[in-house]
Design a protein. Structure first.
Length: 456
């Protein structure tokens, strides 16, 4: 049996990051079943025809050129005592150390009809190719369930392809984990203006049909009918009249370690800040782990590539003997809603209040360039601070220009425990094409407003 210094289960962003940092230093095997790991974040833009699908496929050389063996197979079980993994092919491999980086699968609730044709999640190469084929073969209607970033990006892409699109969410506003109601409302206006029907405060209760999904039943009593559309056929096995795509979150992929002594909780494998599991020489990183929120210290959802990669970087350092710790999720993230960019980080007011924080919130508004410049766009920001400590605990941005740099700046303030007073002292830059006038900066203005409230 071949033995490796390190076996990595999973070839997504977490597995690739580890490989790139460690493969020259130890004998590594990366195991993943699929032909290609994808640039998942770009999948909606492949549907939209903005990017050629092949550009989304990561090259095997990312792993092999780094010096690791890439094994296309599925791990079906792990024997932690004998330190071996069993593969679907029947082969076994031995390890000295094991990293589980098996990611997460889209959550499709097991309601009546969830297994009908035309009901799917959106993550894999197969999902991408199936959806593309249906569209190419005349698909006319899609229901996207979940108005988070992925659901909204996908709804726009499907609309762009000429489909009749309905976006459904049980929350009362879109992007509920990213922003508060004000910026959500601005995003919703864009969605509705572009002829996507938005149905909020509605839960999909059951799906009905014979072979394929024909009716979507909501708990509001509404039944969305797909049966009236012309059938769309790819081959003998794939005929539908409409698509129902669940973008309602993900569940860690841990089927191959169920029932073992590995400690697993709701959000995934429990790890400490060095990414160690409860089993010696077994580590876990990425979407398959349960970790805590940076601010609250409580277990938190954090299924983002921008969390998976830093976790893997921390583990790589530890495995190289350079002690490092992962401090927790802050979950800075962003999306694009037609011509607008929306981002958020830390806690929303609602999330903070649910956790018992007494919060102060403030808004500021400026333009992305000097207001006298022809192409300036609006830029709005909301900051959230803890009334007791004055520390910044969240921030959100809505703008006509990309927002990730501002999101990251607020994230950094949170990471460093900055208060509203610290942000008032932010030393900023200004230039007609790239910022508001030197007279003001959105972060400073919002921080000043927080202080004014704290002092009143
Ligand atoms: C449509 C979409 C858009 C997204 N947009 C963003 C975004 O804009 N920003 C962002 O930060 N994040 C985004 N994400 C989330 C991001 O893709 C994930 O957080 C990230 O891929 C997690 O990386 P990972 O390596 O932990 O897991 P994954 O990327 O899921 O990789 C897991 C790997 O493990 C393999 N595996 C699983 N089980 C086994 C087994 N038994 N044996 C062998 N191999 C196994 C899988 O096949 C896969 O190769 C998006 C996700 C999707 C689906």
């Amino acid at each position: 049996m071949t033995k490796y210094d390190l076996i990595i289960i999973g070839g997504g962003p977490a597995g690739i990051t580890l490989t790139k940092r460690l493969a020259k230093k130890m004998k590594i095997a990366v195991i993943r079943p699929e032909d290609y790991s994808l640039v998942y974040c770009a999948m909606p833009y492949v549907i939209e025809d903005l990017i050629d699908k092949r550009k989304c496929f990561k090259k095997d050389e990312l792993i092999t050129d780094a010096g690791a063996d890439l094994i296309r197979d599925l791990v079906t079980s792990v024997d932690f005592k004998s330190k071996t993994v069993l593969l679907q092919s029947g082969n076994s491999l031995a390890y000295d150390k094991l990293v589980i980086a098996s990611g997460a699968n889209p959550f499709v609730p097991k309601i009546e009809g969830y297994d009908l044709k035309g009901v799917m999640g959106f993550k894999t190469q197969d999902d991408l190719e199936l959806m593309t084929s249906y569209i190419e073969n005349g698909l006319k209607k899609a229901i996207v369930v979940g108005a988070g970033a992925i659901g909204i990006e996908l709804a726009q892409a499907l609309k762009h392809k000429g489909l009749d699109v309905i976006l459904v969410d049980m929350a009362s506003y879109v992007l509920p984990n990213l922003v508060g109601p004000e910026f959500s409302q601005l995003a919703a206006e864009q969605i509705v203006k572009n002829d996507i029907r938005l149905v909020l405060e509605a839960k999909v209760e059951k799906l009905k049909g014979k072979d394929f999904v024909e009716e979507v039943h909501l708990d509001t009593g509404e039944v969305i009918n797909l049966g009236d559309y012309k059938p769309c056929t790819i081959d003998d096995n794939h005929t539908i009249k409409g698509l129902v795509v669940f973008a309602t979150g993900v569940v860690p992929e841990l089927s191959f370690v169920q029932g073992t002594e590995l400690q697993i909780e709701r959000q995934g494998i429990v790890v400490n800040e060095r990414m160690e599991t409860n089993i010696l020489d077994v580590y876990a990183v990425g979407d398959c782990v349960q970790f805590t929120h940076f601010i609250t210290g409580q277990p938190s959802a954090g299924k983002l590539a921008t969390n998976a990669v830093p976790m893997a970087a921390v583990l790589a350092n530890n495995l190289l003997g350079k002690p490092a710790t992962y401090k927790g999720f802050i979950n800075g993230a962003a999306t694009k809603v037609y011509d607008n960019y929306v981002g958020g980080t830390g806690l929303t007011v609602k999330a903070a209040q649910n956790l018992g924080f007494d919060v102060v919130k403030a808004y500021s508004q400026a333009t992305t360039q000097f207001p006298i410049m022809p192409d300036k766009k609006d830029l709005r920001i909301k900051l959230v601070a803890d009334k007791k400590t004055h520390k910044i605990i969240g921030g959100q941005i809505f703008s006509g220009e990309p927002v990730t740099t501002l999101v990251d700046l607020i994230t950094f303030a949170i990471q460093k425990g900055a208060t509203a007073h610290d942000l008032v002292e932010l030393s900023y830059s200004s230039q007609p094409y790239q910022s508001f006038y030197p007279a003001g900066n959105v972060i400073v203005m919002a921080a000043e407003s927080i202080i004014a409230q704290l002092e009143s």
